[in-house]
Design a binder for this molecule. Structure first.
Ligand code: KMH
Ligand code: ZN
Length: 275
């Protein structure tokens, strides 16, 4: 089986220090969390950034500063900024970070109810525009989907030329589509040959979904964006602890962990410059 790519979603836009004091806001805190996740075995850092007071932002200069800080401690990691940002941000704001030339960035392929009045909006035109611009800027999308309908939409965008093969999906389960092995298998079963995928199980579903993905030959995303607990009632002290737990599960199941350069090969990303 292919080696396991672990993505660490270290920050997110919604979680707060009130929920877990280790949630990073400042550049230094983001650097600390990226280092812990990378040293534990993460090859991709999925990145949101915040103002120092925790307000989510898509400010390009803030991203640049944070990406530089991450590179200092995780020099070969794949940095994957979010183009989802936070609910209510404009498309222009969300896309700005792709001007920095990251190797990857997320591309959310549909709208999602986030509870109450919060709707994470991704219209048909938004998705097509993001897909087109990411191709022009040579940024590989991690196609984020929150239900099976979004998988089908994404496959349609590929047929229309807005997304290029080989595709890489992230199934975010436990927001809209329940985090069950049946639902994961349903999503995976729709993917064309040569597509790679990872799963993000929300909250208490993070590790059961990780174990399922490890067994099925998929990849895994963990991190504070999705889950703040190491086990029931025990807050994780860092993103590193969450990654370490995945590494342990993978070891028990006999799956090796991919280095960042091995992850690049699996994802058909060009080798790092100078490699
Ligand atoms: N924070 C959500 C509104 C992504 O990173 O692309 C969007 C999100 C998805 O987290
Ligand atoms: Zn995200």
């Amino acid at each position: 089986m292919e080696k396991l790519i672990i993505t660490a979603a270290i920050c997110g836009a919604e979680v707060t220090k009130k929920q877990n004091p280790a949630v990073p806001y400042t550049v230094e805190e983001i650097q600390r969390e990226a280092k812990a996740a990378y040293e534990a075995g993460a090859s991709i850092i999925h990145l949101h950034v915040r103002e120092d007071d925790g307000t989510p932002t898509q400010d390009k200069a803030r991203f640049e500063e944070c990406m530089k800080a991450v590179r200092e401690v995780a020099p070969d990691a794949i940095i994957q900024p979010s183009t989802g940002g936070a609910v209510g941000m404009s498309d222009l704001e969300r896309l700005e970070v792709t001007e920095l030339g990251p190797e990857m960035a997320t591309l959310d392929c549909g709208s999602v109810n986030f509870g109450g009045d919060e709707v994470f909006l991704n219209s048909d035109n938004t998705i097509k525009n993001f897909g087109k611009i990411m191709q022009e800027r040579n940024v590989k999308p991690e196609i984020e989907v929150f239900d099976k309908g979004m998988v089908d939409l994404a496959l349609g965008y590929e047929k229309q030329g807005y997304i290029k093969k080989p595709m890489h999906f992230d199934f975010v389960l436990g927001v809209q589509l329940n985090a069950t092995v049946e639902n994961l298998a349903f999503c995976v079963g729709a993917l064309p040959e040569g597509t790679t995928w990872t799963v993000s199980g929300l909250g208490r579903y993070e590790f059961p979904m990780a174990a399922a993905a490890i067994a099925m030959g998929g990849h895994v995303r963990v991190g504070f964006e999705d889950n703040l607990y190491l086990s029931k009632g025990v807050l994780a002290k860092s993103n590193g602890e969450l990654v370490e737990k995945v590494v342990k599960i993978a070891e028990l199941l006999g799956r090796e962990i991919a280095t960042p350069d091995e992850a690049r090969e699996i994802l058909s990303l060009p080798p790092r410059k100078g490699e």
